[in-house]
Design a binder for this molecule. Structure first.
Ligand SMILES: Cc1cc2nc3c(=O)[nH]c(=O)nc-3n(C[C@H](O)[C@H](O)[C@H](O)COP(=O)(O)O)c2cc1C
Length: 345
């Protein structure tokens, strides 16, 4: 199950909703659940209702979630997230931070609805080290709270990718300029987190060339080839690649990654079973992550196995404090359909 923010956490405390345990337990047949993005520090919170893993109370609440998933025989990784510039003072009370003071084009969803983005503040060198430590501390807390591992959110235009991309990283110090310098922060995070909890429990999610959140990565081939070259020494749990259905970055990167590769496709339509099978058959991926299909089909693997019809979730229920559209999607019941029998008197 791909990581999906659902915005149901307590907005003030960052504690996951009491029903979050049930939500993930319902989806335990996924094999591996990657949790919604969880902030490692409040400054890295992207939007309303996003949970954290920076306090004892938050960790205790996640403990109930991991227990519930394990009870159902599932496994769950925590997705560790720093949103960088993709945030707003109206979300977390401060000016967002980023590699450089480059404002994101477009608007952002804040507590007051859609709002203009603000210019972020460039992180000082010392502060970068603190964010690295925030990731490491959250990773340890995740393991202590019963998560089977962590996935570092290096995709979709948030802090880690902001360091990789030329249009968001204009730094001229050790963290910007050359490709090697732009790789420094992501690699420091990987090094600190693997040192803290062991590489076998650590994964990284990337989205090479993805323009989401106003990223321009015309040099993705060089950047991600170098990144994978550096990462190969760690024997991570897996590398998670988001690609478009034409799979151009995946075709380029797959030969460079001897470890487990999880793929997920971004397009208008949710990643389908056919697309997943083709990714496996062509060897482009070892595992496929499904996102949106899991929202309305908690028993997705069983439905795939049976060829059962798939339910669709309305986009309105994806995010927000509302409780409908969260734990109320039933598993498929073959006998639940009404049938008509003309022989009945
Ligand atoms: C409601 C929603 C929330 C999402 N939240 C996250 C997130 O927190 N972290 C992340 O890496 N991707 C997030 N994504 C992206 C998904 O993980 C996935 O890449 C995307 O939905 C495409 O896969 P799909 O076609 O199987 O849904 C989100 C997607 C949706 C629809």
């Amino acid at each position: 199950m791909a990581p999906m923010t659902r915005g149901r956490a307590d907005d003030v405390t960052g504690v996951p909703h009491p029903r979050t345990a049930e939500y993930y337990a319902q989806r335990a047949s996924a094999g591996l659940i990657v949790s919604e993005g969880i902030w490692v520090d409040r400054t890295g919170k992207s939007g309303p209702g996003i949970p954290g893993l920076a306090t004892k109370r938050q960790a205790e609440a996640w403990c109930a979630v991991t227990e519930a998933v394990h009870r159902e025989g599932g496994r769950i990784f925590a997705q560790l997230w720093h949103a960088g510039r993709v945030s707003h003072p109206g979300v977390m009370g401060r000016t967002p931070v980023a590699p450089s003071a480059v404002r994101q084009a477009g608007r952002i969803f804040s507590a007051d609805g859609w709002t203009d983005t603000v210019e972020p503040r460039a992180l000082g060198e010392e502060e970068i080290g603190e964010v690295v430590q925030d990731f490491a501390a959250a990773a340890l807390r995740a393991v202590e709270a019963g998560f089977d591992g962590v996935e570092l959110h290096g995709a979709n235009g948030y802090l880690i990718q902001e360091f990789l991309a030329r249009n968001t990283n204009l730094r001229e110090d050790r963290y910007g300029g050359s490709v090697a310098a732009r790789l420094r922060f992501p690699l420091e995070v990987v090094a600190a987190v693997t040192e803290r909890i062991g590489a076998a429990r650590v994964a990284l999610r990337i989205s090479p060339g993805n323009p989401e959140n106003d990223i321009v990565e015309d040099d993705w081939k060089e950047v991600y080839s170098r990144l994978l070259e550096e990462l190969r020494r760690y024997e991570l749990a897996y590398l998670h690649v988001i690609d478009t259905p034409d799979a151009v970055p995946l075709s380029h990167l797959r030969p460079l990654w001897p470890g487990t590769l999880v793929a997920n496709l971004r397009s208008e339509e949710p990643t389908s079973r056919d697309e997943g099978e083709s990714l496996i058959e062509t060897g482009l991926a070892d595992v496929v992550a499904f996102g949106r299909l899991f929202i309305a089909n908690p028993d997705l693997p069983a439905r795939f196995a049976l060829g059962a019809p798939l339910a669709r979730a309305d986009h309105d229920v994806y995010y927000g404090a509302r409780l409908d559209g969260y734990t109320d999607f039933p598993a498929y019941e073959p006998d639940s359909a009404k049938f008509a029998c003309s022989a009945r008197s």
